[in-house]
Design a protein around this ligand. Structure first.
Ligand SMILES: [Zn+2]
Length: 274
């Protein structure tokens, strides 16, 4: 389940391996993950293109080439793998997109359930697409004040608001649960009713948790494995996510689980998060 830290981890691992590489061959198994581009146009665009840079915006891995930008948004079960040597049967399974590179390595976008999306955009197309994305939580220019102003405008449950990609990008279910617990905010509270002081604390916690997750290589939950085939270690430091029914590490009360906010598992402490 790649969230911002997992995509950032992938991008950091792939950057030295992919930058400067030329794409020799392309194999796409299914077209249902393409958005706004046909199989033909993607093939024609990618074959012969050179990867000039790789970075991340929200949960998209952006492969800049000397032609256009390949924007991959891994779905719940999606990941990017850099493979050296012959493709094995195991690797080929669920490899939706394979790009053969000029150093005989292969970049694979693997997605068991094919919920991810692949786009092929010119710079203007990407700019237009990116206008619907909210600010980056780790951008130093996105201050606590701005975060609080933005979030406080909404009358939805705070958990929904911080997971809304138009408000702030990259905060998925795991990190929303963790940040709200650390900032001692009940996930159900309407964003407009959360105190300014707590919103400022939440901004700091979102940043701290995402940063820590990046440092430890992301969380490995279900199918996510980083491009080097290593499992992320951050899930070991999760305080609430996946710990419903277990004692709160802050106060010892039993953590509660609800699906009533957004149909996803929300784990929180009734005592710490009032
Ligand atoms: Zn507690």
């Amino acid at each position: 389940m790649p969230e911002l830290p997992e995509v950032e981890t992938l991008v950091r691992q792939l950057r030295p391996l992919l930058t400067g590489r030329r794409i020799h061959g392309v194999h796409l198994t299914h077209e249902d993950i393409l958005d706004g581009v046909t199989r033909r146009a993607l093939h024609r665009g990618l074959i012969g293109a050179t990867i000039t840079a790789i970075d991340r915006r929200a949960k998209h891995a952006l492969l800049h080439t000397d032609r256009q930008i390949l924007a991959i948004q891994p779905g719940m079960s999606g990941t990017l793998i850099h493979h050296v040597g012959r493709m094995t049967t195991a690797l080929r399974q669920y490899a939706v997109l394979q790009c053969e590179l000029d150093d005989k390595s292969t970049l694979i976008y693997r997605d068991v359930r094919r919920i991810g999306t692949i786009r092929w955009l010119d710079a203007d197309g990407w700019e237009r697409y990116a206008t619907r994305l909210g600010p980056e939580p780790l951008d130093p220019e996105f201050t606590a004040e701005e975060f609080a102003d933005r979030i406080a405008r909404s009358d939805s449950a705070i958990k929904k608001v911080i997971m809304n990609q138009r408000q702030v990008v990259g905060v998925g279910n795991i990190y929303a649960n963790e940040a709200l617990h650390a900032a001692r905010i009940n996930p159900r509270t309407l964003a407009s009713k959360v105190s300014r002081r707590k919103l400022i604390a939440l901004h700091a916690e979102v940043r701290r948790i995402l940063q820590a997750a990046i440092t430890s290589g992301g969380s490995t939950i279900r199918d996510y494995v980083s491009s080097a085939g290593e499992e992320g270690r951050f899930q070991q430091s999760l305080d609430v996510y996946g710990r419903g029914g277990q004692p709160c590490r802050t106060c010892g009360a039993m953590l509660a689980t609800t699906h009533a906010i957004d149909n996803r598992a929300t784990v929180f402490c009734r005592r710490c998060q009032r």
